[in-house]
Design a protein around this ligand. Sequence first.
Ligand code: 2HA
Ligand code: ZN
Length: 270
Amino acid sequence: MKDMLTAPFLKAFSKTTSNMYRLGWDERNGGNLSLLLDEEEIAPYVDLNAVKRRFELGFDAKELHGKYFIVTGTQKYFKNVEGNEETNLGLFRISEDGRKGELLWGYLDGGRPTSELPAHLMSHISRLRVDPENRVVMHTHPTNLVAMTYVHELETRQFTHTLWQMSTECIVVFPDGVEVLPWMLCGTNEIGEATADRMRNARVVVWSMHGIYGAGKTLDEAFGLVETVEKAAAIYMLTANLNKINTIKDEELKVLANYFGVKYRSGIID
Ligand code: 2HA
Ligand code: ZN
């Protein structure tokens, strides 16, 4: 068996949590990250028959049965992941009946997956239906994006329109826009269901006065998506209180989308 700590997916996962922390998105135990893994990818590093322990998921994840995920642990700090992966992360399989996680590696101190596991797994289910190649769900607390939810209408179309206007690359990076949820109690199946429901339409879901969910095929894609939304929110926050005399016009957004060949969400600039 090869050493798990040398696995490319583990190194990339760990590095991603460090980058998120470095950008100030994940204070204390804020944020959580999940990555869907292939059996062939993990087989060299872990005995797939040696289940260390099982934990209840608290909801039905039957659609994901037999699938493997690496997920950040509950109450764990992103700043501590790199260098202490086996304590802060866990790799598990979804049981045949879809009710349990079967731990194969990690959560060394008796830990469990993030309290936001329902939102993660339900979002994976939603995104896999739309895009069978989706592998990542990322939740984090980017400062400017959270700030923006205090001063901007919490409406999906308006919020998307504003973000698209904040920087030229936005409509190209997230042509599906962002879905905005009102403030809700976190860590529950209800917010998980609401997030997954919105993930049918877009790869980004904003949790008002809390943070963001982003999904993607790779860690880089999900990270880049959240990074771009956060950059746009930062520009909004820097300019919201100034006398703004220029913007990217709707016609220009259309030119951009056409030039880059992206199919943008309808009902926002048309
Ligand atoms: O797990 O970010 O939403 C910490 C959180 C909860
Ligand atoms: Zn959070």
